[in-house]
Design a protein around this ligand. Structure first.
Ligand SMILES: *Cc1c(COP(=O)(O)O)cnc(C)c1O
Length: 401
């Protein structure tokens, strides 16, 4: 028998995992010998197919096998959390060509810790007092058009957000209470460019923070903003990097990362204590980043285009249905998806109603719509879900004829 045939025949047997462990590949070895415990079923939670983008309410992204491996294989020993954050931070900093880095509980936590760092530095008394520092409130400068829900993470530290529009206003806003300037990378409009923003902040020695939480792909973005000169940068771990959902990266200037860490767990008192990251997630975040940097991004992109094409071809077999691969310009969620339109006098259903039917069907599928377009995301589908999504959308449209 050829090796491939051996493996095939072995998989047919009810194996006791360890016995022939060395001969068989990982996937087979991991095959359960007894029916797997189904926690979704046990708790009555509906598994969802995500034909959209990474969304926190939908549990972010699916962790990569290597992330799960990092989590599982490190769960059996204790580690000193200071040492772990030291070592994982040093490694991540080396990978991203920055002075220092740390794993946070998501990008929102990175924003709290980054802001806290610029307020307290390494001053133990201030760290203890935050967010109730005596005296005038620390100020964080932001462009008016950059205000967003996540800047609550900045205010959490007690800092006041000062809105500016255009270069002269930013210049004028700087005063002795200014601790930081925050740039929301995916803002739709900016009256101050990245470069202008950096020039003003650097002139006044104001630390700069860039929120790029959802801004990979492209992978180059993981290097771009520190090179530009931002002092602190954050990315979510649980979006397209496929790390643990509750992990994120904060990286940049060493003195600021040191201060951010003093404001974080495992220290007992600081503002970041409730934003603990566990040991396994630190290893997991490291594994996710490593895997992301080493991935063949061109091949992955090609696979996404193929998926869109495959779903499109199945839907276009219906009369009047037109599909088009759409590539979001980014910087957030800059990847392909599929736009689907049809003649609503022939197929009498609106995109919104298709979404509802998808969500309420079995399996439950979450997609998006934009006016008269149904938008089907492909990047978060498991390979086996591509045809399932195509079939369900087709069924729903067909029923509306
Ligand atoms: C998702 C997101 C965040 C929050 O990131 P978490 O990792 O979920 O904490 C912050 N800012 C932007 C722009 C985001 O897209």
């Amino acid at each position: 028998m050829k090796r491939r045939d051996v493996i095939k025949s072995l998989t047919a047997l009810p194996l006791a995992g360890g016995i022939i462990g060395s001969v068989i590949p990982q996937a087979v070895k991991a095959a359960p010998t007894t029916p797997k415990r189904d926690f979704f079923k046990e708790l009555g939670v509906t598994p969802v197919i995500n034909a959209g983008v990474t969304m926190t309410f939908l549990s972010g992204s699916l962790m990569l096998p290597e992330v799960l491996e990092a989590i599982n294989s490190t769960a059996h020993d204790f580690a000193n959390m200071y040492e772990l954050q030291d070592k994982v931070g040093a490694k991540i900093a080396e990978m991203l060509h920055v002075e220092a880095a740390m794993v946070t509980s998501g990008a929102a936590c990175a924003m709290v810790l980054g802001t806290a760092a610029t307020i307290t530095g390494t001053n133990a008394e201030k760290i203890k007092q935050l967010p109730n520092l005596p005296g005038p409130r620390p100020e964080v400068i932001m462009q008016k058009t950059h205000r967003y829900l996540f800047d609550q993470a900045v205010s959490t530290t007690g800092a006041k957000i000062i809105e500016v529009e255009g270069v002269p206003e930013m210049e004028n806003a700087v005063n002795t209470n200014t601790v930081m300037a925050l740039f929301f990378n995916a803002a739709e409009k900016s009256s101050i460019t990245h470069q202008e923003f950096l020039i003003i902040a650097q002139k006044h020695k104001i630390p700069t923070f860039l929120d790029a939480a959802a801004d990979v792909p492209p992978v180059e973005n993981l290097f771009k903003f520190q090179k530009m000169g931002f002092d602190l940068v954050t990315f979510s771990g649980g979006k397209m990097m496929h790390g643990p959902q509750s992990a994120g990266l904060l990286f940049g200037r060493k003195d600021l990362i040191t201060a951010a860490r003093l404001n974080h767990s495992p220290h007992e008192a600081p503002i970041g204590r409730p934003m603990k990251v566990n040991k396994e997630e630190m290893f997991g975040m490291y594994a996710a980043l490593k895997s992301y940097l080493e991935r063949d991004h061109k091949k992955e992109w090609e696979e996404w285009l193929q998926r869109a094409k495959r779903i499109g071809a199945q839907l276009e077999t219906l009369y009047s249905v037109k599909t088009e691969t759409y590539i979001s310009p980014g910087p957030a969620n800059a990847f392909p998806s599929l736009n689907v339109t049809w003649n609503t006098s022939k197929i009498k259903i609106k995109p919104e109603a298709v979404l509802t039917a998808l969500k309420n069907g079995t399996p439950s599928i979450v997609a998006n719509s934009d006016g008269d377009k149904l938008n089907i995301g492909v990047v978060l589908l498991r390979p086996d879900q591509v045809d399932v999504v195509a079939r369900r959308v087709k069924e729903i449209l067909q029923q509306a004829v």
